[in-house]
Write a protein that binds this ligand. Structure first.
Ligand code: ADP
Length: 320
C-alpha cells in the first residue's frame, strides 16, 4: 500500500477531526501518501479529493465537526455508484481507505472492499448505536453536552416547581437518554428500546412525587419517543403541574470533543492505518472489554446489542 484515503460519512460527530488527524499523521510517518475525500461518498463520486499533509491537520484536534465535511449519498447505494467510486479511487492511486461513520457508511466500505479497495471503518456517531463496540467517536462529548444542558433546565425547573421534559438525541438508540437519566437524576427515562407508552403511569408517578414533596420532575425523552411537546400538554392537563418541553437538538452534535473522544478517536485512527499497512481489508475497529479490537465488517454488521438491562433498572431504582 502506497496511498490511503480518508472520508467521513453520515452524521458528523465530535472527535472525527481527531481521527482524521491520526490517520494523516500516522500514515505519513509510515511513508504513505494520504488523501482526503471530502463530503463522504458523495464527494468521492464527484472526485472531491485533496492531498493531506501533516500541517493540513494542525489545530483541529480540539474542533468539533469534520474538516473534510460529511454527506449522505443515495447513488453510492447502487452497484453502479460503488463501481464508479472504486474506479475513481484507483484513478487516484488510493489502494487503502479509512471510512469514519455509522452502520450505513460501513455498508459502503464493505462494498468497496468487495471491489478490491482495502477498507477499514471507524465507528463515528454520537448515538453509540453501533453493535460491535462499547464506544463510538462523539458519544462522550454529546452525552456531556446533554447532561450540562439538563442541569441548567433542572435549576429553573426546581425554582418554579415544574415538570420538565427534555428531549435528547437518539432516534433509534436511547444511550444518551439513559446516561443522562442517571447523570442528571431524572425521575423518568423514556427510550424506544423499553418505553411501553403507558403515559398514565408517568402521570401517577408525578402526582405521587408531588405528595411526598419533590419540587421538580425531570423526564428525559430519547428523540425516538417523539411528541415531547404534546406529552407536556397532556401531563400538565392531567396533573395540574406546569410542564415544559425542551428539545436540545443539534447542540449535541457539535462542540469541542472531550478528552476521551480525542484520545480514543486518535488511537482508532492510528489503528486503522496499522491494519491497512498490514494488508488487512473489510475491517471495522471497535472498543470492547477495555481493549481496541477489530472485526470483519460482515461479522460486525450481523451483531446485535441492546441497552444493558442492569443499567436501565438502576436508572429506574435511582429515580424513586
Ligand atoms: P451512518 O453511516 O451514520 O449510518 P447513513 O446510514 O446515512 O449514515 O449512511 C451514510 C452513507 O453511507 C449513505 O448516504 C450512503 O452513501 C452509504 N451507504 C449506506 N448504506 C449503504 C449500502 N447498503 N451500500 C452502500 N453504501 C451505503
Amino acid at each position: 500500500i502506497k496511498t490511503i484515503g480518508v472520508l467521513t460519512s453520515g452524521g458528523d460527530a465530535p472527535g472525527m477531526n481527531a481521527a482524521i488527524r491520526a490517520v494523516v499523521r500516522v500514515g505519513i510517518s509510515a511513508g504513505l501518501k494520504v488523501k482526503g475525500i471530502r463530503r463522504g461518498y458523495a464527494g468521492l463520486l464527484e472526485e472531491d479529493i485533496i492531498d493531506m499533509t501533516a500541517e493540513s491537520v494542525s489545530d483541529i484536534i480540539q474542533r468539533g465537526g469534520t474538516i473534510i465535511y460529511t454527506a449522505r449519498c443515495n447513488e453510492f447505494k447502487t452497484p453502479e455508484g460503488q463501481q464508479k467510486g472504486a474506479d475513481i479511487l484507483r484513478k487516484h492511486n488510493i489502494d487503502g481507505l479509512v471510512v469514519i461513520g455509522g452502520d450505513g457508511s460501513f455498508q459502503g466500505a464493505k462494498k468497496l472492499a468487495g471491489l478490491g479497495i482495502n477498507t477499514v471503518a471507524l465507528p463515528g456517531t454520537i448515538d453509540l448505536d453501533i453493535t460491535c463496540t462499547d464506544y463510538t467517536i462523539g458519544f462522550d462529548t454529546a452525552v456531556n453536552t446533554a447532561m450540562e444542558a439538563i442541569d441548567k433546565v433542572r435549576d429553573t425547573s426546581t425554582s418554579h416547581e415544574r415538570c420538565s421534559i427534555i428531549e435528547v438525541m437518539g432516534r433509534n438508540a436511547g444511550y444518551i437518554a439513559l446516561w443522562c437519566g442517571i447523570a442528571n437524576g431524572a425521575e423518568e427515562v423514556l427510550i424506544t428500546e423499553r418505553y411501553d407508552h403507558n403515559e398514565q403511569a408517568i402521570i401517577d408517578n408525578i402526582l405521587q412525587k408531588k405528595k411526598v414533596g419533590k419540587r421538580h420532575h425531570i423526564i428525559v425523552n430519547a428523540e425516538g419517543i417523539g411528541d415531547s411537546f404534546g406529552m407536556a400538554k397532556r401531563i400538565e392537563a392531567a396533573t395540574g403541574v406546569e410542564t415544559r418541553a425542551t428539545v436540545i437538538g443539534h447542540i449535541q452534535r457539535g462542540g469541542s470533543p472531550t478528552c476521551k473522544d480525542r484520545v480514543y478517536a486518535s488511537i482508532m485512527g492510528a489503528k486503522a492505518v496499522d491494519l491497512l499497512t498490514e494488508g488487512k481489508s473489510n475491517r471495522v475497529i471497535g472498543y470492547r472489554g477495555g481493549e481496541f479490537v477489530d472485526y470483519d465488517i460482515d461479522e460486525a454488521l450481523s451483531m446485535t446489542k441492546d441497552v444493558d438491562q442492569y443499567v436501565y433498572e438502576t436508572a429506574r431504582r435511582l429515580s424513586r
